[in-house]
Design a binder for this molecule. Structure first.
Ligand code: ARG
Ligand code: ZN
Length: 843
């Protein structure tokens, strides 16, 4: 059942064109296919096999003559003529019964599809692999007022619509939507002067929440022309919002389908963070048109070819539109919170995995976010010009093809003349490298000696040294930058770099901009960190120095009950007061390491983390900060007030972020008085939700919570916030009971992934609550994962990752976690998705 990269073989047959007719009905949709095949001249023969799952075959024919194929649970085989032939089939499927949300399914009366990675085989028999590409013509017959598919509209009439997509594509990019939908319309003129009709399709009633997505789409289209020279290639571009969706969104050619949470926004219902996320997901899916669709993946092991690159591109986009420094900090926070635990636990896998049982389990932070980091390193190594040349060559050479990481690296080698054979290890070797540093200074010469080491990961005991781009600057003891940023290229396990002609021993600023995704193990003293926090010219490392100080302070509290570090408190106060820093950056200075990261730091030092002690230390540090900033916080809160109409841009949202951070501190002093006022006066969700969070954390807010429910009970996305916040802001003792109570709320719906995540995902994210000593958190999550698995295996398997850190903790917690995992593993009929995940975590 395990698929291996090394087993790749080209398809035996290629597809020339595909004609599909859908006769839509909730319980019995008929799908008629007419597919022109020809033998693949580049394949070594092989049988004719079509994937197909959960299909009822009504009839099949080859070149017009009825055939009786041999059916299995995975597909069919059939004897076929030598040379080209036409395959026809009619199958029946039941979209209404499809709760897995993969293939053709229904979401509140709307037909929609999700085919990546292997959902098309649940729609009809087909070679469902990304290296088989073909143009599609689709006819949809049904009663829905709006019926959409990929490509350009060909015709529409009473009860039917036809679409044609001229660009050859793999089946995973197929999409169909039908339902009662309304459009927010727009248009875009490409740089070569073609007009593209844009539409964001939503349920009637949601029209008022599309403007932001439409604006982001236009911005994305222009950006890709200007920054990458990529122009759009169809007459229309449609986006549809769907309430039940397993992931964020999907880049189907010309017909992107979005989780409604990733597209709908209004100031009253969405926060600034929601707006920013929507902007970046719209961009991400749009950018896939070139990095993913025009150039796709040969097989699913190459997933990072499109995802790592497209994430990197959407990160650049946000950095250009907003603040590059703040975006980098946000991305690294995310990487550390989500990718590092994966890379350092039982689920570790290379950016390009070598085997899988269920590919849906590999849409991971490693493939996406570490995949993007690898591209960032490549760009740093070859420089902006080298990168631009390589990308031009990539689009030129591989347009219309299904490619590999080897193809990708080759364009960089050809465009820049560099040998990337060692760099390729980043795609092959799992695990987070550890980088340690020694320094010496003698006679004006400063020497830095780095040592790199990657701990073993499952299936990979031995690790080789990687190419590490280490961006470095040196500061003089009085705070001047004596060596501006340069990139040291480390290729050995241990390697020294020297700097000459220095008047005094400098202070190093290492890994500026987080130039490589490693754990820097530098036992710097707190004076050096405080110095960098005050003087570093690199905004990322300035932030990083503060972060390290806070981390060490928290760890000292956990270990010895030490009081919060005054150097950190003072350093934060100084930056908060400094108006030369943008508000969003100042707010980032308050972002502490997550409690899970602190647990990992302790585990790295050979200690067993105690979640309750970590919780207590964080609370203590926040209390100390609230006290230390008792005067500054209210002043800054007032200074950050935004007047005039709401705009979710970097400037306004930065101010609101900082004001809300101050409100958190103020609430620790005034017991919630200011927060209650903000809640009462707020006219946008960013202020409303922050005020409610402060109140709940202070053990208050019941009337506000009830009022919020009353006001928003008919808005699903807002209600997801209502569900999630109560758990996120609960105490460690109350988190599990709150989650349990909310699963009994009439509006809790396990079948809706957003609602399931709002409750159970929030519990999994509550470090001290989930890792409760008596195992109640583990048990509750396991109960629900066991219930969800048969209904929606993808979403259930994804949330099983909550257990990936279980071996960090004490014997008692480990026993409870193991019991929960074994209970999941023993569930009769457990899905392939779930079985693979628990199997890896128990191994
Ligand atoms: N390609 C989509 C994106 O990156 C993700 C879709 C993944 N879906 C899945 N079921 N694995 O935006
Ligand atoms: Zn993507």
């Amino acid at each position: 059942q395990t698929v291996h990269l090394s087993d790749y073989a080209p398809p035996a047959f290629l597809v020339e064109e595909v004609h599909l007719t859908f006769r839509l009905a909730p319980r019995a949709t008929r799908v008629l296919s007419r597919i022109c095949f020809r033998p693949n001249p580049d394949a070594a023969g092989g049988a004719f096999f079509l994937h197909g799952e959960e299909l009822t075959l009504i009839r099949a024919a080859i070149d017009g003559a009825e055939v009786t194929p041999e059916l299995t649970a995975a597909g069919l085989t059939c004897t076929v003529p030598d040379g080209p032939f036409t395959w026809e089939a009619e199958v029946e499927i039941a979209p209404e019964a499809n709760t897995a949300l993969e293939g053709l399914y229904m979401s509140r009366g709307m037909y929609c599809t999700q085919c990546e990675a292997e959902g098309f085989r649940k729609i009809t028999y087909y070679p469902d692999r990304p290296d088989v590409m073909a143009p599609f013509t689709v006819r949809i017959e049904g009663e829905a007022p709006v019926m959409l598919s990929n490509g350009n509209p060909v015709g529409v009439g009473e009860g039917w619509a036809e679409w044609h997509d001229p660009w050859p594509k793999p089946a995973y990019l197929f999409a169909l939507v039908a339902g009662d939908l309304v459009a927010e319309r727009g248009s875009f003129v490409t740089r070569s002067g073609r007009t593209v009709d844009l539409a964001v399709w939503v349920r009637p009633g949601d029209e008022g929440k599309c403007a932001w997505a439409m604006e982001a789409l236009g911005t994305s289209m222009r950006w890709d022309e200007e920054r990458y020279g990529r122009e759009y290639d169809l007459d229309v571009f449609n986006i549809v919002a769907v309430d039940d969706f397993n992931m964020g969104a999907m880049e189907n050619k010309g017909l992107n389908i979005f989780n409604s949470a990733a597209v709908l926004a209004s100031p009253e219902t969405a926060t600034d963070a929601n707006f920013e996320r929507i902007e970046s997901i719209i961009a991400h899916e749009y950018f896939h048109n070139w990095t993913g669709n025009r150039i796709t993946c040969r097989d699913w092991f190459q997933l990072c070819l499109k995802e790592g690159l497209t994430v990197f591109r959407d990160q650049e986009f946000t950095a250009d539109l907003r603040s590059a420094a703040v975006k980098r900090i946000e991305d690294v926070r995310m990487l550390r919170a989500r990718q590092f635990p994966e890379d350092q636990g039982p689920l570790a896998h290379p950016v390009r995995p070598e085997s899988y049982q269920e590919i849906n389990n590999f849409y991971t932070a490693t493939v996406y976010e570490k995949g993007a980091e690898v591209i960032g390193m490549l760009k740093r190594l070859v420089g902006d010009d080298g990168y631009a040349k390589a990308l031009d060559l990539y689009f030129d050479r591989h347009d219309g093809q299904a490619c590999t990481i080897e193809d990708w690296l080759k364009v960089f080698e050809d465009a820049t003349g560099r040998d990337l054979s060692q760099f390729k290890l980043w795609y092959e070797q799992a695990g987070t490298p550890r980088l340690s540093v020694e320094e010496s200074f003698e006679g004006g010469t400063y020497t830095l000696t780095f040592t790199q080491h990657t701990p073993p990961t499952p299936g990979q005991e031995e690790k080789k040294p990687l190419v590490l781009p280490i961006a470095l600057g040196l500061l003089s003891p009085n705070g001047d930058e004596v060596v501006p940023t340069r990139v040291l290229e480390m290729t050995e396990a241990r390697q020294s770099f020297t700097f000459e002609g220095l008047a005094s021993k400098p202070v190093p600023s290492i890994l500026r901009g987080f130039s490589a995704p490693v754990v820097l193990e530098r036992a710097a003293d707190r004076d050096e960190r405080a110095f960098l926090m005050a003087h570093d010219t690199d905004p990322f490392n300035k932030w990083e120095a503060g972060r390290a100080l806070a981390r060490e302070s928290l760890i000292a509290t956990v270990r010895t009950g030490a009081a919060p570090d005054a150097a950190w408190l003072e350093g934060v106060a100084a930056i908060l007061r400094d108006e030369s820093f943008e508000p969003a950056f100042r707010a980032q200075m308050l972002a502490l390491p997550t409690q899970s990261e602190l647990a990992q730091s302790l585990a790295d030092r050979g200690e067993t983390p105690d979640p309750d002690a970590i919780w207590g230390a964080v609370e203590g540090l926040k209390e100390a900060l609230a006290l230390h900033l008792a005067d500054l916080a209210p002043a800054l809160y007032d200074a950050m007030r935004v007047t005039g109409p709401y705009i979710p841009d970097a400037e306004q949202s930065g101010k609101r972020t900082l004001a809300n951070a101050m409100l958190g501190l103020i609430t620790r002093r005034d017991g919630g008085e200011r927060a209650a006022r903000q809640y009462a006066e707020a006219d946008n969700m960013t202020l409303t939700l922050a005020a409610l969070a402060c109140l709940l954390r202070a053990g208050k807010g019941s009337p506000e919570l009830a009022a919020f429910h009353e006001r928003w009970q008919d808005d699903r996305l807002v209600m997801d916030k209502w569900f999630g916040l109560q758990i996120m802001e609960a105490t460690p003792e109350a988190a599990v009971e709150t989650a349990r109570r909310l699963t009994g709320h009439p509006a809790f719906d396990m079948k809706n992934p957003n609602r399931f995540r709002a409750v159970l995902g929030a519990l999994a994210g509550h470090h001290a609550g989930f890792h409760r000593a008596d195992g109640a958190g583990y048990a509750l999550l396991a109960d629900w994962l066991i219930r969800l698995d048969p209904v929606n295996p993808q979403t259930a398997a994804r949330m099983m990752t909550a257990f990936q850190t279980w071996r960090r903790y004490d014997a008692g917690r480990q026993a409870h976690a193991r019991a929960a995992l074994e209970r999941i593993a023993a569930t009769p009929g457990l899905s392939r998705d779930g079985a693979e995940m628990v199997g890896r975590m128990l191994a």
